[in-house]
Write a protein that binds this ligand. Sequence first.
Ligand code: TYD
Length: 137
Amino acid sequence: MKIKKYKFQKHGDERGMLVALEEFKEIPFHVKRIYYIYDTLPGVRRGFHAHKKLKQILICVKGSCKLHLDDGHETKEVVLNKQYEGILLENNIWREMYDFSPDAVLMVLASEMYDEKDYIRDYNDFLKFVASEEKNV
Ligand code: TYD
């Protein structure tokens, strides 16, 4: 599965902690967009899509949440609960986010601007897309 977990460097001292992220250093792509999800209501599961091209790094900068990831062949559940950890999701990964703690803030760094055409929102279309990409390799 095309996912990679990062442990970013923590700059800590007696005042507290700081994490710095620079493109092409900690982040392996040009960051064109940042968005964050917060105040998620109890029991909510969201996402339910994959991307044709977009790469993203997800960091739960406060609280915790879980990710259900699926590359069309295998699935993985990942817990995000550390401010200094990120997960890189390349294209063609179906993702669902769930079990948000009430204080969770999930920040996403994205390689492209928002483009609805890059989304695959139907799971069967996702499986077809993965199969067609693999045929083209
Ligand atoms: P949505 O795609 O439903 O979130 P998710 O799939 O992560 O659960 O996005 C919610 C709304 O926010 C939807 O109306 C589209 C809008 N949106 C933007 O305008 N820009 C963005 O970068 C993102 C991620 C969403």
